[in-house]
Design a protein. Structure first.
Length: 253
């Protein structure tokens, strides 16, 4: 399989473009984050913010929003988009497992399976302890997780459509090839293809691994970090994305 050449002259940072292609159009969870932000007693913190899908949406609705991501290029792009839209978002490069923001929040959000890619139980424990330190008493932490077997297709299912992004004549397409159950979680294989304005095709295989996390298990891990279970919310699946469960944990007053 030919790999995408580093000198392929993509119109922008490749990591940012792929993040936008694979995550940017997802909106099934936004109504829940909007409700939690509206009910929060204090500002909102968006963990694993990416290029700002959630943070910018909440800032656009008048909320005070801070955001962190371990990838500095995503944070730079979020800041640029916030300036372009005249929105106020405090975006900082940082690791959710080592939160050091020196401020408190009414609600902390972890969208799109963030807790399933932080490095297993130890990474989740560090994240949960850090979240507790950054929540006001009575503040909420909401984390979206997907069951390990979700999205594993049966033989008679119609394959999902690829995620597609067009930018300056370039077309990026990301197609989920396979979801493989592995020890401790699943591996998601995606075929990433790029077609240049001249019609030249490049492609590469990208694999993301998600740890197995259950709502009950996450609630128990939350208790060990000093957070109390405060409910579950379901985000339904769409034609392009699997459904998820949002586990809500509360810092006791």
């Amino acid at each position: 399989m030919p790999e995408l050449r580093r000198d392929s002259a993509l119109p922008g940072d490749a990591a940012v473009l792929w993040h936008d292609a694979e995550c940017g159009s997802y909106s099934a969870d936004l109504s829940l984050w909007r409700r939690l932000a509206a009910e929060a007693d204090g500002p909102v913190l968006d963990l694993g913010c990416g290029t700002g899908r959630v943070a910018l949406d909440l800032a656009e609705r008048g909320h005070e929003v801070a955001a962190i991501d371990v990838e500095p290029r995503f944070v730079d792009e979020l800041r640029r988009r916030a300036r372009e839209r005249d929105l106020s978002v405090t975006a900082t490069p940082g690791d959710a497992r080592d939160l050091r923001l020196e401020r408190s929040f009414g609600v902390v959000l972890a969208p799109m399976q963030l807790l399933q890619i932080v490095g297993g139980a130890a990474g989740r424990a560090s994240t949960l302890h850090g979240v507790r330190r950054h929540l006001v008493p009575g503040g909420l932490f909401a984390a979206a997780i997907t069951p390990p077997a979700a999205g594993v297709a049966t033989e008679d299912e119609v394959p999902p459509l690829p995620d597609v992004l067009e930018r300056d004549g370039w077309v990026l397409s990301s197609y989920p090839l396979e979801i493989r159950v592995e020890a401790g979680g699943v591996a998601v294989d995606r075929l990433r293809q790029v077609v240049s304005p001249a019609g030249v095709l490049s492609e590469e295989l990208n694999t993301v691994r998600l740890d197995a996390v259950t709502p009950t298990g996450l609630e128990e891990e939350g208790r060990e970090a000093g957070l109390a279970p405060a409910g579950l919310c379901a985000i339904p699946e769409t034609a392009d994305h699997v459904g998820s469960t949002v586990v809500i944990l509360e810092r006791p007053a």
